[in-house]
Design a protein around this ligand. Structure first.
Ligand SMILES: CC(C)(COP(=O)(O)OP(=O)(O)OC[C@H]1O[C@@H](n2cnc3c(N)ncnc32)[C@H](O)[C@@H]1OP(=O)(O)O)[C@@H](O)C(=O)NCCC(=O)NCCS
Length: 172
């Protein structure tokens, strides 16, 4: 599919009472993106843990989690979350609605996350991405991330994540 017209994107913090809308958006993106990569059981397991409304609501109110959403007009087009993990600034979530993908929403959220990282005093940003997520790997390469290492992580429930850890050096 060719690149579509780039959108005007407005990036805002996510308020705790918006947690259910973000969880619903995550459900749409995950089923679309991961059905060919993860089993349905693993998708359901991970969604239930990561997007539990009470947990997400608490994260939205936590200034050290940096949850942000991207709107295209009135449409909630995507969201991102960052956190400090093992002393590194980590882009922990990056999800764009399937109907809004490849229109610059992910790029805008990553640029925003990079500015947050710089503002917090970090000179690099890391992330974990499934080794078989070809679309995201292409996007991250385009955003300037490079593979640093491979990582297999036991996430409980009999499931594991088979990821690359990627890193992007941030401009001063
Ligand atoms: C990966 C993702 C966040 C990228 O955001 P996006 O807004 O779609 O991407 P952008 O418009 O910023 O485009 C960046 C690049 O990504 C790649 N890309 C994005 N969508 C693509 C698609 N459908 N087909 C091929 N390449 C695609 C392209 O290389 C694109 O650059 P180009 O159009 O100049 O070639 C988004 O596609 C997404 O949410 N995917 C599903 C969920 C996911 O995998 N998230 C990452 C979890 S680690």
């Amino acid at each position: 599919m060719a690149r579509l017209m780039t959108l005007d994107i407005d990036i805002r913090p996510i308020a705790p009472d918006e947690a259910p809308a973000i969880a619903a958006l995550a459900g749409v993106v995950w089923l679309d993106a991961y059905s060919g990569i993860l089993s349905r059981a693993q998708i359901d397991y991970m969604l239930a843990r990561r997007y539990d409304h009470a947990r997400l609501r608490a994260e939205c109110g936590d200034p050290a989690k940096w949850l942000r959403q991207a709107f295209a007009g009135d449409f909630r087009a995507g969201f991102a979350a960052c956190e400090i993990c093992g002393g590194a600034f980590k882009l922990d979530k990056l999800y764009v609605h399937p109907a809004m993908q490849r229109r610059g929403v992910g790029a805008a959220l990553v640029a925003h996350a990079a500015a947050l990282a710089r503002g917090a005093g970090y000179s690099a940003m890391i992330l974990a991405v499934n080794k078989n997520n070809a679309q995201a790997l292409r996007a991250y390469a385009k955003y300037g991330f490079r593979v640093r290492e491979a990582a297999v992580t036991d996430i409980g429930g009999g499931f594991e994540m088979d990821d690359y850890i990627m890193e992007k050096t941030l401009d001063p």
